[in-house]
Design a protein around this ligand. Structure first.
Ligand SMILES: NC(=O)c1ccc[n+]([C@@H]2O[C@H](COP(=O)([O-])OP(=O)(O)OC[C@H]3O[C@@H](n4cnc5c(N)ncnc54)[C@H](OP(=O)(O)O)[C@@H]3O)[C@@H](O)[C@H]2O)c1
Length: 341
């Protein structure tokens, strides 16, 4: 076999779990526009610029975590293009500053390292010191599952970065979102939230150093962290029901970004080779996030899951609407955060 053919096949095999989590055709999980919600008219190929065409976001303040790369960068670029003042966070001030400098419009860089609760609270202070209501708080930053289990301060790293630190961040900034006329919290989840979780949805006994007696599966850890994003959004929406604020979760599509970092060189090569053929580009990948954060048609929509810039229902057996699990997750999150909250 020619070396290049071998490399392509190997890369395809390596990328299979990624595709199963982020893209590919639905198997047992049909996704349809939710009854009662109109078809937005947008498609998987609609770009962030297209779904926000004609919107004037002047006077609105929107925060995007993970603004220096992939979906987060394009989200910041397009929201700023439409006139919003975008607060962009990066793991370091330098990363956030460099990203903001590449964008036309009004942006404010801030440091937010999600493996550190100190950094989360410092960023909260910085946002509060701006004294601006937050019209959209977009929880975008994230990592894929790691090749080997990693824990920081006894918390599994995908759960910590993708979910738990965002849970702390959002709860602390809730008054700032409620101060807006119609504040929105947008949780960038994934189809991994229903396709790649453990059967129980979230294995609470694996959130620390212990594997709970199960074999380590990086994509199950990613899946449960992304299910946590969706369940947090759902329960938050219930709590916000009497307010003008909303909370929604979404799958951005399978998007060619840096998300495969940490999954090993083989998977990265797979992404590089197959990505351009089967994935969305970042212009398309940021569409659903920008739609959820800004489109007027969603002003009263809360507690929903979005996909390709539409409110959808996901068929099959999964935990996206498991309120008992959402309650348990909330309680466990409060316990894990203790005095930080
Ligand atoms: N791409 C897809 O196919 C896909 C599919 C479904 C869901 N998603 C979700 O989309 C979101 C954006 O991902 P992406 O695809 O745009 O990937 P990406 O290009 O790798 O961007 C991820 C962003 O998160 C930041 N981040 C990572 N670890 C962090 C930490 N400890 N503290 C603070 N920020 C951190 C990264 O900062 P650095 O650059 O400094 O590491 C980067 O800005 C993620 O939540 C991901 O789970 C993506």
């Amino acid at each position: 076999m020619h070396r290049r053919q071998f490399l392509n096949l190997t890369a395809a095999a390596a990328t299979t779990p990624v595709l199963a989590s982020c893209g590919g055709e639905p198997e047992g999980f049909p996704v349809n526009i939710k009854p009662g919600f109109p078809d937005s008219g947008f498609t998987p190929n609609s770009t962030a610029e297209e779904v926000t065409a004609g919107l004037d976001l002047t006077g609105k303040t929107m925060l995007v975590t993970g603004c220096n790369s992939g979906i987060g960068f394009e989200t910041m670029r397009v929201l700023a293009l439409r006139g919003a003042h975008v607060i962009g966070t990066g793991r370091t001030m330098q990363k956030a500053t460099d990203a903001c400098a590449k964008v036309e419009g009004k942006t404010t860089p801030l440091a937010l390292e999600l493996t550190s609760f100190e950094s989360v609270l410092e960023c909260v202070n910085q946002v509060q010191s701006l004294s601006l209501p937050l019209d959209s708080l977009i929880c975008n930053a994230g990592i894929s599952g790691r090749l080997e289990k990693q824990v920081v301060n006894d918390i599994e790293i995908a759960f910590l970065v993708n979910y738990l630190s965002h849970f702390l961040f959002v709860n602390k900034l809730l008054p700032t979102v409620l101060a807006a006329d119609q504040g929105r919290i947008v949780h960038v989840s994934s189809r991994a939230a229903y396709r790649r979780t453990p059967p129980e949805g979230i294995r609470f006994n694996t959130l620390g150093a212990s594997n709970g007696g199960f074999e380590y599966d990086s994509w199950e850890y990613y899946g449960q962290s992304k299910l946590a994003n969706a369940l947090f959004s759902r329960k938050l929406a219930q709590q916000l029901a009497a307010t003008n604020a909303t909370s929604n979760a979404l799958h951005p599509g399978f998007v060619k970004t840096g998300i495969a970092r940490g999954q090993g060189r083989l998977t990265e090569i797979g992404f590089d080779i197959l990505g351009p053929l089967i994935s969305k580009n970042v212009e398309e990948g940021a569409a659903t996030t920008c739609y959820a954060a800004s489109h007027p048609s969603l002003a009263k929509v809360s507690g929903e899951f979005l996909f390709d810039s539409n409110v959808v229902e996901v068929g099959g057996t999964h935990h996206l609407e498991n309120d008992a699990l959402a309650d348990q997750l909330w309680t466990v999150s409060e316990e894990m955060l203790g005095d930080w909250l």
